[in-house]
Design a protein. Structure first.
Length: 768
């Protein structure tokens, strides 16, 4: 236990009621009201209690009116919690605190008052992400760029990054300018800002950037707010980006009564623009600042805290603190080595079932992963053994949009009758097929009783659609026929990779060049890995159907699966941390992009993950992972080696063996060749035959492909008996004409104005 800091002499007597339950460092942070204060609050050390008590103290001691205090949080949930807690201390006075809220809400309130200074009106509109993408898409088209090569989402990400750094178009350097459209980044940024002003609108990034520009350019406005805010309080200061940091520093320069609360060891959001340097240089920005370290942890056992502290000690960019607790006993952090990812999921499932038998609540169990794609193995396993679970901060694996898109392609390949799947992907990625084309396709499908895919193919061979749309649909249908043929010659996993590459889906995500798109690509790679376990596409789709249709309970206890990033601020009795291998965690992509700085952030993420645990923490690493059809050996994460030995127990289980052998590898590729009896009999049996035509049918109970000899032409509806060669007809688009030729339900018509066209008889009526 560290030495207890002395309270200021003036306040060392009787404590106010709201400070009585706080420990000495918390009390010091509350009662030291004047000058800059850095409340360095470790995980689970009660920083929210200290922050709300400080806010109550400022009002109760009449240091300032509620309207003279600026209190900034990062989320609406945190702002609501803060308001409720302060209200319990000071009652109705909390209602007079208009400047307690998120950065964006406070920025918007300020900007309403001074909008004209940046060329806006006070009733400006705040556009959302969808509106932003539509606007950028228009600008890209107007400038004659190929939006596939230069996606709007990529430009949106760059603009957001520039605004987070407080950069206006004129502030971009050569490197930033070259980051989009070969040196047109600044040009498009300026076009976008000009268009927003013309619309009397701004995006979320503008709410702070515009106010920063106003405070920099207008001394009177800056002075007004510096005088108004007698005290400034900032929560989660380690998560501030550059524009937030500059905004706060300007507002605090006169009085310097700013108290920031944060933990440099929990700065894990650099990909959102957060800069750990902001909290590290607080004492330099505000000389003479009082640093109060909250180190008494109320959450975890001594072994968990010691393991986390020993790990984070390897970081060089930190202020430094040591967490401690009055709790005694508790288990050491377990480090378990397993053979591969399937065994990892089996082992975690067994451990959770054991905890259930011992009386643990599933609500107090969490699995924290580095990347979303890691959840798939656990979801499959838990559905198999009947463990209820929830995904926090994202969708279940098979419910994610990119996974649904990929599955839709596979469903159409397996079953051309699947109209829902075809509707989902006929224009995904974008092919220039709009709502009117889809309406035509549905209309013809209803009139003829044909599946949507077959109806679209027939329409493409007529003049019912514009030539460009017809050509696009015909090309897509040729692709599906080729993919269906390929499905007989390759594995389901390889089929998926081919489809995603050839349809342009992979290229679409790669072009976006964002963290979100990179994660979606990882999820698709994990989908392909999941498919490697299945001999046929039908078997895999049957598995997915069972997973998606699983009758999950809507109530009752559920274990939680989430990413480490999403877990920040939460706590659980039992925490499992899988995938602690080099390349998975720390993430190889993060290391490649950010070097040493990213490594330290990954280590902070490990620290956050461990400190979510109250009673038990289990770290797991696998010796092998299957990547693109090949087993790849993995080594434990460097973070495993950095855990202090006195506070961990090691265990290795290698029970995978023969059950892992699911693919037809050569002996040279066999990672188990040296293990006696590890290799089972290989099966060369293919699934049921796959018909190449559009007519392949697909049963759902059970899901199995069956052969059929029907061709695509057999889908054609019977020709109308009342429409014959020589008949005069009317068409909604082409007008009046005369039938000159007929083949089934396809007509050749000489129209009076449009000339000769090929149409389908269901689209014409007999003329009077």
């Amino acid at each position: 236990m560290p030495d207890t800091p002395a309270l200021p002499a003036a306040i060392a007597g009787e404590l106010p009621r709201y400070a009585e339950g706080l420990n000495p460092p918390q009390q010091q942070a509350v009662l030291t009201t004047e000058g800059p204060v850095l409340m360095l609050a470790g995980a689970g050390t009660g920083k929210t209690a200290a922050l709300t008590a400080r806010l109550a103290h400022l009002v109760a001691m009449r240091k300032a009116w509620p309207s003279e205090i600026l209190c900034v949080t990062f989320t609406n949930r945190a702002a609501r919690e803060m308001r409720e807690r302060v209200g319990r201390h000071i009652g109705d006075a909390v209602e007079g605190m208009p400047w307690l809220g998120t950065f964006h809400s406070i920025g918007a309130k300020m900007l309403r008052r001074h909008a004209e200074l940046v060329g806006l009106q006070s009733n400006y509109t705040i556009i959302d992400t969808d509106d932003q993408l539509r606007l950028l898409k228009q600008l890209i088209r107007d400038q004659g760029l190929d939006e596939k090569r230069w996606p709007p989402r990529q430009l949106a990400g760059l603009i957001d990054r520039w605004k987070n750094r407080g950069l206006n178009p004129a502030d971009l350097d050569t490197v930033e300018n070259e980051s989009y459209a070969n040196g047109k980044g600044q040009h498009f940024y300026q076009l976008y800002q000009d268009r927003l002003k013309a619309l009397n609108a701004c995006d979320f990034g503008d709410l702070l950037l515009h106010m920063l520009n106003i405070l920099r350019r207008d001394p009177e406005v800056l002075k007004q707010y510096q005088q108004r805010f007698k005290y400034i309080l900032v929560d989660e200061y380690q998560d501030t980006n550059q524009v937030q940091y500059l905004w706060l520093r300007l507002l605090a320069q006169t009085r310097k009564n700013i108290c920031v609360v944060g933990d440099d060891d929990q700065s894990i959001y650099s990909w959102r623009g957060a800069e750990v340097a902001n909290i590290l240089r607080f004492e330099k920005d505000f000389p003479g600042a009082k640093v109060v370290k909250l180190e008494q942890n109320y959450r975890s056992t001594p072994h968990i805290l010691a393991a986390a502290s020993g790990l984070i000690h390897a970081n060089s960019q930190r202020i430094g603190k040591t967490l401690w607790t009055e709790h005694t006993g508790g288990e050491k952090v377990r480090v378990i080595g397993v053979w591969d990812a399937p065994e990892e999921a089996r082992r975690v499932g067994e451990e959770i079932e054991r905890l259930e038998r011992e009386g643990a609540s599933l609500d107090q169990v969490a699995i924290l992963v580095r990347a979303q794609y890691q959840t798939r193995e656990f979801e499959d396993r838990f559905i198999q053994i009947g463990l209820n679970y929830r995904i926090i901060g994202g969708f279940r694996f098979y419910e994610r949009s990119e996974i649904r898109d990929a599955l839709a392609y596979l469903r159409v390949i397996a079953q051309p009758h699947d109209d829902l799947a075809f509707e989902r992907i006929y224009n995904q990625p974008k092919r220039g097929l709009g709502a009117k084309t889809l309406e035509k396709m549905f209309q013809h499908a209803r009139l003829t009783g044909m599946p949507l895919a077959a109806a679209s193919l027939q329409l493409a061979d007529s003049d019912e659609l514009p030539k460009r749309a017809g050509g696009t649909i015909a090309a897509l249908m040729r692709d599906f026929l080729r993919w269906r043929e390929l499905s007989e010659q390759t594995t389901p996993a390889e089929l998926l990779r081919t489809v995603l590459d050839e349809c342009g889906y992979t290229t679409m995500l790669q072009a976006e060049k964002s963290a979100e798109s990179a994660g979606r690509l990882e999820n698709l790679s994990e989908l392909a890995r999941a498919m490697e376990e299945y001999e046929t596409l039908g078997d895999f789709l049957e598995h997915v159907s069972l997973v998606m249709d699983n009758d999950r309970a809507t109530d009752g206890e559920k274990l939680t699966i989430m990413t480490m990033h999403a877990a920040k601020g939460l706590e659980f009795d039992h925490v499992f941390l899988p995938g602690w291998e080099e390349g998975v965690f720390p993430s190889q992509r993060a290391l490649d992009e950010g070097g040493l700085a990213s490594l330290e952030e990954e280590r902070r993420l490990a620290y956050v993950a461990i400190t979510r645990a109250r009673r038990h923490c289990t770290v797991i690493h696998a010796a092998n992972r299957r990547i693109y059809g090949q087993w790849t050996s993995s080594i434990p994460s460097r973070f495993v080696e950095e855990l202090p030995l006195d506070h961990i127990t090691r265990e290795t289980t290698m029970t995978g063996g023969a059950s892992l052998w699911r693919a037809n590898w050569s002996e040279s590729d066999d990672p188990f060749a040296h293990v006696s009896g590890a290799r089972p009999e290989r099966s060369n049996q293919r699934g049921p035959g796959w018909q190449r035509a559009l007519s392949t049918t697909y049963e759902t109970k059970p899901l199995r492909l069956k052969e059929t000899t029907r061709s695509a032409a057999s889908f054609a509806a019977k020709p109308r008996s009342d429409v014959t060669i020589g008949a005069r007809v009317f068409h909604d688009k082409f007008g009046y004409g005369t039938v000159t030729d007929q083949e089934g339900n396809r007509l050749e018509i000489e129209f009076e104005i449009a000339g000769s066209k090929r149409v389908i008889d269901s689209f014409v009526t007999l003329a009077d």
